[in-house]
Design a protein around this ligand. Structure first.
Ligand code: THU
Length: 127
């Protein structure tokens, strides 16, 4: 059980956003993933002069978590400093987080993956 609050998780995302590599958009994004045992794993967007190669903050954080040995279902929540793009909503869904916390304009929004991406594509649609 984790004692990290959603506000603390979002604060971690806010702080790590300063490490983003975003020289093309100048839009720095931070992401913080909370594991079920209370560990925070962070990521940032990493852009490239070949623009399509740029990586969002969310896959950056989740790839790090997966490389550490975590698996879908091991995550309680993910916090992002910006509203997650469509692809990153799909990733939150795949990773099985309970909730997604993000900044949108001046607001802080908390939604479930299903609210963010209703009727979503998943592995049960493959057969
Ligand atoms: N970005 C993210 O990191 N996550 C999102 O969910 C939305 C967009 C990044 C991609 C790009 O580096 C910058 O924000 C501007 O689009």
């Amino acid at each position: 059980m984790s004692s990290i609050s959603d506000a603390e998780l979002l604060a971690a995302a806010d702080a790590v956003a300063a490490h983003a590599y975003a020289p093309y958009s100048n839009f720095q994004v931070g992401c913080a993933v909370l594991t079920r045992e209370g560990h925070i794993i962070e990521g940032v967007n990493v852009e490239n002069a070949s623009y399509p190669l740029g990586v969002c903050a969310e896959p950056s954080a989740f790839a790090r978590a997966i490389a550490e040995g975590y698996r879908p279902g091991d995550f309680v929540a993910v916090a992002i400093t910006a509203s997650p793009c469509g692809g990153c909503r799909q990733m939150a869904r795949e990773m099985g987080v309970d909730r997604v916390i993000f900044r949108n304009g001046g607001r802080v929004v908390t939604m479930t993956p299903d609210e963010l991406l209703p009727e979503s594509f998943d592995s049960t649609n493959l057969s």
